[in-house]
Design a protein. Structure first.
Length: 387
């Protein structure tokens, strides 16, 4: 039961990835704090698969080890003429795995409360208004997820994912992060495969596209024909996942002025060029949970400042990808990325910790022939000015 007259140390608005990571980090750094998660749906965490590189996570964040995570020693990428193994440990956590961890935490601690079916209508500095009443908090973190509000110009990363039980063993032990040997329609398109067990896999048909709409039948057919090419003749769909994420060209980090904070996607705590949230949401969670209450705003601002270059450059890459390069050439950028960059630079890129030298390496040799250098540099300047 939640108590609307009690003042919680933390009220987390929206029960998705960011709220889950915050709950774990607070439990570790500040175990006497009372935490309330408010979620509009019937259960927390929706229907997602969140992947990340092991190296995105600092070894100092021992609180993440409470999460049950699937891990592989590396992964492969495939483009015309290129098959590469990237030897960077790769991890994945599902909504189910997250739900079990938070359930365990709330059973073991009476300091974590979850209120589902509570749609939040208004968030103030110390008060949240929901369909189920008002809740008070010393620190309120808005984690309501994606929004297109305030984004000037976006492309989309969209996908249909099918989790399957196979009649035969899957031939690969490692995930395939990009299988780009397929028709490049609707922008850059690739298949993404996570082999959880020899006969249980997730396949996603993914697009970096101008449009947020996805043709589900066409994607299901592409997955089917890939399975047949990999000599799998029998399978059963056990879960369907669909998503679409706006990928911004300009900065969206909310200014931090008080202990009313915006976390997760809505606060700009995601990698704009990959769409992955885990690394930055975990960083945000660690800073919020480990700071003295009156220093949270200041420390979050410092973290945002520390990430400024990476944030700006990632958004510039989106501008390049969606705005400057014709959709039919889009895959060349990814092909080049995986052809030219060594594992350590790929690691820094995904961890949102890339250096200026890495940025030059990513751009070197670009733009593709269809883009004039002058347009390219004008756009780079515009991206920097707006960040
Ligand atoms: C194709 C694709 C692939 C992706 N792959 C990855 C990946 O591999 N790794 C990764 O890290 N990220 C990935 N992402 C991105 C990731 O899913 C999101 O960016 C991430 O979930 C954002 O976390 P969040 O906590 O901000 O929002 P969410 O996880 O979306 O959580 C927001 C929560 O707030 C709730 N909510 C919303 N409004 C209200 C309200 N008014 N009142 C109460 N509750 C509310 C929602 O129901 C939801 O539960 C992918 C996205 C896409 C589209």
């Amino acid at each position: 039961m939640t108590n609307s007259h009690q003042e919680y140390d933390f009220v987390l608005v929206g029960g998705g990835l960011q709220a889950g990571l915050l709950a774990l980090a607070i439990d570790h750094h500040n175990p006497t704090a009372n935490v309330l998660i408010l979620e509009k749906n019937k259960c927390l965490f929706g229907n997602h698969t969140w992947s990340f590189h092991r190296s995105d996570i600092s070894c100092e964040w021992s609180w993440i080890s409470q999460l049950s995570i699937t891990q592989w020693p590396g992964y492969t990428v495939h483009f015309p003429g290129i098959n590469r193994i990237v030897e960077l440990p790769y991890c994945s956590v599902s909504s189910d795995q997250f739900r079990k961890t938070i359930k365990r935490l709330s059973i073991n601690s009476d300091r974590l409360r979850v209120q589902t079916e509570a749609e939040v209508n208004e968030v103030e500095t110390h008060c949240v208004r929901t369909s189920k009443g008002e809740f008070l908090g010393k620190t309120i973190v808005d984690c309501r997820g994606k929004t297109t509000g305030g984004l000037s110009g976006v492309g989309y990363q969209k996908f249909l994912g099918l989790e399957l039980i196979l009649g035969e063993d899957w031939p690969d032990l490692l995930p395939t992060i990009m299988e780009a040997n397929l028709d490049q329609n609707d922008g850059y398109r690739f298949l993404y495969v996570l082999p959880f067990e020899p006969r249980r896999i997730l396949i996603e048909d993914t697009f970096f596209s101008e449009s947020s709409l996805i043709d589900q039948d066409q994607s299901a057919k592409a997955i089917e024909s890939y399975l047949e090419n990999r000599r799998v003749s029998r399978w059963q769909v056990i879960r369907r996942e669909q998503g679409c994420l706006p990928m911004p060209f300009t900065s969206t980090c909310q200014p931090v002025t008080s202990n009313q904070l915006t976390g997760g996607y809505a606060g700009g705590w995601f990698h704009a060029a990959t769409g992955f949230s885990f690394a930055l949401a975990a960083r945000f969670a660690d800073v919020v949970a480990s700071s003295e209450s009156d220093l949270i705003g200041r420390n979050v601002s410092r973290l945002a400042e520390k990430n400024r270059f990476q944030r700006t450059f990632a958004r510039f890459l989106n501008r390049l990808l969606f705005h400057l390069v014709p959709p039919s050439c889009r895959h060349e950028i990814f092909r080049r990325f995986y052809t030219k960059l060594p594992d350590d630079a790929i690691q820094r890129f995904y961890a949102h910790a890339f250096t200026k030298t890495d940025a030059v390496r990513i751009l070197f040799g670009l733009p593709p022939s269809s883009l004039t250098p002058i347009k390219f540099f004008q756009s780079f300047k515009a991206a920097i000015c707006r960040a």
